[in-house]
Ligand binder design. Structure first.
Ligand code: NAP
Length: 375
């Protein structure tokens, strides 16, 4: 794939461009040699292969490695757990020690650890071993947090690209077509080679036909709290109900079962990270809680009205609203009110034959006659 135009490029193309650059810098710097180096760099760009190091080779790291390899990039990985065998099977070189990984001079480092371990992992990496000009990428499901950590911890000569593939090993198992890939070029230094490197990395997702969405990390977090966090929360609530497929599944129910499957396979660290490291998430959790309460009140409010009409319809019309006696809060069945009281309100024998259930929902008190089923 290299151009057969120059002896130098023929000599060094099978080697790392970085090593080649070092060889050149120990020789006297002449215009001539600089020209050779420029040519070699552009030849390497034509080849288009990146050396990508994935830090955090768990569920999502392994999932990402596949297209990286498929598109011809050289992929390295490091994780606290030994994933050598899995890495081998994926065509990835695994390094238990990050020093060994960094000595391979990757062009791009993709941070793929859990949200909550990001800061200690980043701070523990021997970044002094990296070449001077490097691209750091993160794929965390929250965005402002890694952006701020990167800006704090990484030297200014490192480029920063914050990304969030809005899909995972379940939702993206068949194809990434039309799945959103969010990115924010937080800090990309000047120079053609640096912009080309970012473009080449983004190109991986474009080639997989992702829907590329450029937006700020703050915008992402605002949208994601109202969508992704809510999705995960509902999925986890439903998981607690232990839903099972039935012979009469509706489409809607199938959707719920799929939601549980999609969210339950993600780690709890991921879910917890969505709440802890997105400042908008707590607000959404409160809104969800309020919405559930409001819905219950609305639902039981309707029930209350039906019962009230059955029990006291005419009496209420006459302005004699019945005052309910205080009843236990735990839904015990209670004997019916005295028939005299009821007769005087013309609510007929049907009611006098009934038993009543009293329930409390939040701070509302409802009555239910025994011919209305509460589930
Ligand atoms: P995760 O539970 O969020 O992260 C697991 C990864 O974090 C593993 O590589 C694990 O390493 C590493 N890790 C956890 N605690 C660590 C610690 N104390 N020190 C060092 N490494 C630690 O699950 P995940 O699904 O693989 O997600 C990884 C990242 O991708 C997360 O930031 C997540 O937000 C993002 N993401 C995930 C998805 C998804 O659908 N799963 C989608 C988009 C983005 P070991 O395995 O070696 O222990």
């Amino acid at each position: 794939m290299w151009r057969d135009t120059h002896r130098w490029s023929r000599l060094y193309l099978t080697e790392d461009v970085e090593q080649c650059a070092r060889r050149i810098t120990v020789e006297p710097r002449t215009e001539h040699l600089n020209l050779h180096f420029e040519k070699m760099q552009s030849t390497s760009e034509d080849v288009g292969r990146l050396k990508i190091a994935i830090v955090g080779f768990g569920n999502f790291g392994q999932f990402l490695a596949k297209p990286f390899v498929r598109e011809g990039h050289i992929v390295f990985a490091h994780s606290r757990t030994d994933y050598s065998n899995i890495a081998n099977s994926l065509g990835v070189s695994f390094f238990q020690d990050p020093h060994d990984l960094y000595e391979r001079h990757p062009d791009v480092i993709v941070l793929c650890t859990s949200i909550i371990s990001t800061e200690p992992v980043l701070k523990s990496l021997p970044i002094q071993r990296l070449k001077r000009n490097n691209l750091f990428v993160d794929v965390l499901s929250v965005k402002e947090f890694p952006k701020n950590i990167f800006l704090q911890v990484l030297p200014t000569h490192f480029d920063i690209l914050c990304t969030h593939p809005m899909f995972g090993p379940e939702s993206g198992k068949d194809s990434w077509k039309d799945l959103a890939f969010v990115f924010d070029k937080v800090r990309i230094g000047e120079g053609k080679s640096r912009t080309a490197r970012v473009d080449r990395f983004l190109d991986i997702f474009e080639k997989e036909r992702c829907r590329m969405v450029e937006m700020t990390c703050a915008e992402h977090d605002r949208y994601a709290a109202g969508s992704q966090f809510i999705t995960h929360t509902i999925g986890r609530v439903l998981e607690k109900l232990d839903l099972e497929a039935t012979p009469i599944n509706t489409k809607g129910y199938e959707t719920l079962l799929n939601l549980v499957e999609n969210t339950a396979s993600d780690s709890f660290d991921l879910y917890y990270g969505l709440l802890m490291y997105n400042k908008n998430a707590m607000e959404e959790l409160k809104r969800l809680d309020l919405a559930f309460e409001a819905l219950k009140k609305e639902l039981f409010g309707h029930l209350h009205e039906v019962l009230r009409r059955q029990l006291f319809g005419k009496a209420e019309e006459a302005g004699q609203r019945r005052i309910l006696t205080k009843l236990p809060k735990n839904g015990y069945a209670l004997p019916a009110p005295s028939s005299d009281a009821i007769k005087s309100q013309k609510t007929t024998e049907r009611i006098s034959e009934s038993w009543y259930v009293c329930i409390f929902v939040g701070d509302l008190l409802f009555w239910d006659s025994n011919d209305v089923v509460l589930t």
